[in-house]
Design a binder for this molecule. Structure first.
Ligand SMILES: [Fe+2]
Ligand SMILES: [Fe+2]
Length: 176
């Protein structure tokens, strides 16, 4: 049965973040099935953008809202440092040859760590947040996240590390 919020396209914060996790998992699964230099680069770019956007709205909107409740302090402290580690590793991987052995190995390591972070969110943090907040609060937070993803953040924040994006333009200009 569609609620008013669902009709308006508002999903709750936890559903929205879980959907993002699923999207990222799907891209890593495609990479695990094997990539060429071109598909590897395309999938890496998708991962980079998805994770950048996801971590920005978690760090700027979701975590601060959740942090108002002191019971989440420790879980959130881990979350911030895990985001930072993933970001740093993705920044390094952006300079490797997509699909190469080193690229595949390092991306596999990131995915292993990320899976741990996602499991912690989905199994420890999210269920407790769902208990602590009302559905109304979660929907309004979901709307804020949605707005953050679509309006507050512009493309500049999501640009690839230096060099990578320029190369991307060069190769598409050649029509390849
Ligand atoms: Fe997350
Ligand atoms: Fe996270």
């Amino acid at each position: 049965m569609a609620t008013k919020a669902a009709e308006l396209g508002v999903i709750d914060a936890i559903e929205l973040l879980t959907k993002d996790h699923d999207k990222v998992e799907n891209i890593f699964t495609q990479i695990e099935q094997g990539v060429t230099a071109d598909t590897g680069k395309e999938l890496f770019t998708k991962i980079y953008h998805e994770l950048t956007l996801h971590s920005i709205v978690e760090e700027q909107i979701f975590y601060p809202a959740v942090a108002k409740n002191p019971q989440f302090k420790d879980l959130l402290k881990d979350a911030f440092s895990e985001h930072a580690q993933v970001k740093q590793q993705l920044g390094d991987i952006a300079y490797l040859e997509p699909g190469s052995a080193e690229w595949t190995k390092r991306l596999g390591k990131v995915w292993k760590e990320l899976k741990h972070h996602i499991n912690d969110e989905e199994e420890k943090l999210f269920p407790k947040v769902r208990e602590a907040m009302s559905e109304k609060e979660l929907k309004s937070l979901g709307a804020e996240l949605e707005e953050g993803k679509h309006t507050k953040l512009d493309g500049d924040l999501l640009s690839m590390p230096l060099g990578f994006a320029k190369e991307e333009k060069k190769s598409s200009a050649k029509g390849k």
